[in-house]
Design a protein around this ligand. Structure first.
Ligand SMILES: [Fe+2]
Length: 299
């Protein structure tokens, strides 16, 4: 068995965790920053393992403004090992997805941190994890990640450099905005507008090595690096219950298109379960049709 070079963990107050988990963002301290696996040379070696695995990385330039459209920002014409060499000469954000697939130390790290969180929560009850994965974000100085939300709960740790993380309470998003994203049933980032958001519901975290934050599912955010290169590590997960809520919202999207006014998830659990089960059948068919159309257009 491979082991980390020293013990590492998140220092989260169990009361804060139980009170705010997946409801409101909160900050915490962590002891991940000095681990060998985060040294820049080690990360360069890791990026070589990503060659040819373009489904597992995303490299883009910094956005011109926090409110920019996420996918309007140019994608880098390099694989990660080349972009790593150009972080100073140019301005990039490198996302390495699922590093635990490529280095067993990252597998050990995510398993350890996730167990710590679940133990502190007192377990997940009868809920079940359907996706647990990490991400490494290596960015040039002074780059901006535009405003969006993710369909997953996250624990984000700053490893090197500074990052200002602007994250809003999930309560800023209306049901219609959520439905527009969840109707597709895809695991992806969700585009939403930054304009007009309530500043009272924005949490701003000045992250440096040893600092982190909890990001509830659907908590929209934008992020900026400061005067130096930044390295961050996050792990995220979805549960069967969170997927079911997404499917209920997809169902509600259809009701709304029929000019009905559907109940938000949580108001009627039996109805939520019905909607979720109905969409469990419909969403794969919709995705299948979308894939066929996409392929037909490409031919
Ligand atoms: Fe995000």
């Amino acid at each position: 068995m491979v082991t980390l070079d020293r013990p590492a963990g998140l220092q989260i107050d169990p009361d804060v965790l139980r009170q705010s988990f997946d409801r409101e963002p909160f900050g915490f301290d962590h002891s991940l920053s000095g681990l060998d696996l985060f040294k820049f040379e080690e990360l360069q070696t890791l990026t070589e393992k990503y060659i040819g695995h373009n489904e597992d990385y995303y490299i883009a330039a910094g956005a011109p403004a926090p409110g920019a459209i996420f996918y309007s920002v140019p994608v880098a014409p390099y694989e990660p090992h080349v972009a790593m060499e150009r972080l100073e000469a140019e301005s990039y954000r490198i996302l390495l997805k699922r590093p635990e697939k490529y280095d067993p130390r990252f597998r050990e790290l995510i398993d350890q941190l996730f167990k710590q969180v679940v133990d502190s929560l007192g377990g997940l009850g009868d809920d079940r994890i359907v996706r647990l994965e990490a991400g490494l974000i290596i960015s040039s100085a002074a780059t901006t990640t535009p405003f969006h939300f993710d369909p997953e709960v996250g624990f984000f740790s700053q490893i090197e450099g500074e990052k200002i993380y602007h994250v809003y309470s999930p309560s800023i998003l209306g049901e219609e905005e959520l439905e527009r994203f969840y109707r597709s049933g895809r695991v992806s980032i969700a585009q939403v507008d930054l304009d007009g958001r309530d500043p009272a519901r924005e949490h701003v975290f000045s992250l440096r090595p040893g600092k982190g934050l909890h990001q509830p599912q659907n908590a929209a955010h934008w992020v900026e690096t400061r005067g130096a290169r930044s390295i961050s590590y996050t792990f995220v997960f979805e549960t069967e219950a969170s997927r079911a809520r997404g499917r209920a919202r997809a169902f509600n999207h259809y009701l709304r298109s029929l000019k009905l006014n559907p109940a938000a998830p949580g108001a009627n659990p039996a109805l939520d379960a019905f909607k979720s089960e109905a969409m469990r059948v419909v969403l794969p068919i919709r995705k299948g049709i979308a894939d066929i159309v996409h392929r037909a257009r490409a031919e």
